[in-house]
Design a protein around this ligand. Structure first.
Ligand code: XMP
Length: 512
């Protein structure tokens, strides 16, 4: 076992999945619960996450003393590095240059974590996201790699097996990060590589059975991969005790509702209730412009409808959802932990407190691509498993400002054209997620000899492995012009198209 201590980073679970990728079991625990976790797990090594606090400020989370005395290797990432340096008598100061995004580090000395990965003297791409930096090292440490903004980018005390990195090896934008973590876990800590997706499936099926007993479960389907994988997994665990409900909120993409119904009823032969709730959702969203208010309303309306359906089928005790880890972390942060809320993802943030069904969320620790791997493990068709993610609140969070039926109809057409062109160009699988956004801004245009004063459509396409960080997809200019021309020509109500060039961070993937 590897113990991961969470200091509130948005990406702590990415460390966990990197460890799982090395086929090693791990657990994430809030930093203040380190002592009990050390006694319970006897970990082979400890990884300290990043976090939003600054060790230079009073009251910031401190590294529990037991960690450095446990006699096992420790890897501190970002805040974790700083907390370790401070605990060992080094110095940390607020950085003059803050670094966010890409940076290059240069290897200056050998290190066991570099074996087979990084070579001496070479430059390597990493992903930084920090303000503070280490200024002087504790005894026993040396610098093994540095960057322009962080002279102590990578430090090591090989004798004690203590390592600290200023950058984030756990995000995919640090291309060699996974191999560095694997070296830490397998070579330095000597953990055994025995974890697999098949073992995860077995464990979850047993957990679901234990949780629900003979109770009935109702599962909300969104048409996306997550809820489908959750439904199939739960169906495998409890069969007829499961009823799936598809709430059509009118915020779906073109023809999506029909596809979902066919897929479940005809393909999987899993019973499905189809609720047409467009009018209810649109009237509730009338006049609502605040993104969090929209999310909360949509989440709550979903739960209300589920509860009504649950009553109809004679009292379901459980509500199943395809909640993934990124939905959890960006909504509520680690329970009792110090992360900052970015947005309330529906599935989680929108749940009313009075809800009287218990949640079944078998995918809660997983990331999107792990869910896809689980879907394949469960035998779901590849075309379905490979679909781009679609958020629960649907087009409701892709129409900044007020959501109306007219805006939804306009956006559906623009989005369908964009995706049709992406598929035609053979780019669909190279992109994590692509969609159109309808802005509440009107701009002046000229079509034929007439003046137009219509809305702006923004196109978004990103590459990502887990939705936690993302880069823009670099379309050829000719591709974008083709899409822009088609949208303006074919969709009444849009006279201008722009492309969103923002990575995550600092942007998020969705606009709201
Ligand atoms: P953001 O916008 O937070 O999105 O960068 C990260 C990923 O999550 C999806 N997303 C959601 N999925 N319910 C969901 O099921 C939600 O409320 C929600 N909001 C965002 C988003 O599409 C992207 O894939």
């Amino acid at each position: 076992t590897i113990l991961i201590l969470d200091f509130g980073s948005q990406v702590t679970q990415l460390i966990a999945r990197r460890v799982r990728e090395a086929h090693v079991y791990c657990e994430v625990v809030p930093f203040h619960a380190a002592k009990a976790a050390l006694e319970r797990l006897h970990p082979k090594a400890i990884i300290l996450s990043g976090g939003p606090a600054s060790v230079t400020e009073g009251g910031s989370p401190e590294l529990p003393g037991d960690v450095l005395e446990a006699g096992v290797p420790v890897l501190g990432i970002c805040y974790g590095q700083q907390a370790m340096v401070k605990a060992l008598g080094g110095q940390v100061s607020p950085g003059r240059t803050r670094e966010f995004g890409r940076a290059e580090v240069k290897v200056t000395a050998p290190c066991r974590l570099f074996d087979g990965v990084w070579t001496d003297g070479a430059q390597h791409l990493v992903w930084m996201s920090h303000g503070d930096r280490v200024d002087s090292l504790p005894d026993g440490f040396e610098v093994v790699a540095r960057s322009d903004g962080a002279p102590f980018a990578f430090i090591a005390d090989e004798a004690r097996g203590f390592y600290g990195v200023q950058f984030h090896p756990e995000v995919v934008h640090t291309p060699d990060g996974r191999a560095l973590i694997e070296n830490f876990v397998l070579r330095v800590a000597g953990a055994s590589p025995v974890w697999s997706m098949a073992s995860f499936r077995e464990t979850k099926i047993a957990e679901i059975r234990a949780q629900v007993g003979t109770g009935k479960v109702i599962c909300g389907l969104s048409g996306g991969v997550d809820s489908a994988v959750a439904a199939v997994l739960i169906h495998e665990a409890i069969g007829e005790q499961l009823t799936c409900v598809f709430v059509d909120h009118g915020l779906m993409r073109l023809h999506e509702a029909e596809q979902v119904v066919t897929l479940f009823r005809d393909h999987y032969n899993i019973p499905l209730v189809h609720v047409d709730a467009e009018a209810m959702f649109l009237s509730g969203l009338a006049g609502v412009t605040d993104p969090e208010a929209k999310r909360k309303f949509i989440g709550k309306a979903f739960i209300d409808l589920f509860e009504a359906e649950a009553k109809k089928i004679g009292g379901a005790k459980f509500l199943a959802q395809g909640t993934l880890y990124p939905d959890v972390i960006e909504s509520v942060s680690f329970i009792g932990g110090p992360s900052v809320t970015i947005k309330s993802h529906h599935n989680v943030g929108g749940l009313p407190e009075r809800m009287d069904m218990a949640l079944v969320e078998p995918l809660r620790e997983l990331f999107k691509d792990e869910v896809r791997a689980l879907g394949r493990e469960l035998g779901l068709p590849e075309v379905f498993v490979g679909r781009h993610p679609f958020p629960g609140p649907g087009l409701g969070i892709r129409i900044p400002g007020e959501v109306t039926k007219e805006a939804c109809d306009i956006l559906r057409l623009a989005d369908a054209i964009y995706l049709e062109e992406i598929r035609a160009a053979g780019l669909y699988d190279a992109i994590w997620q692509a969609f159109a956004v309808l802005l509440p801004v009107r701009t002046v245009g000229v079509m034929g000899d007439g003046r137009t004063y219509d809305r702006v459509c923004a196109l978004r396409a990103v590459t990502s492995v887990d939705g936690m960080t993302a880069d823009i997809y670099p379309f050829e200019p000719a591709f974008l012009s083709r899409v822009a021309t088609r949208i303006v020509n074919e969709v009444r109500g849009i006279n201008r198209v722009v492309y969103d060039y923002t990575s995550k961070p600092p942007g998020t993937i969705e606009w709201e």
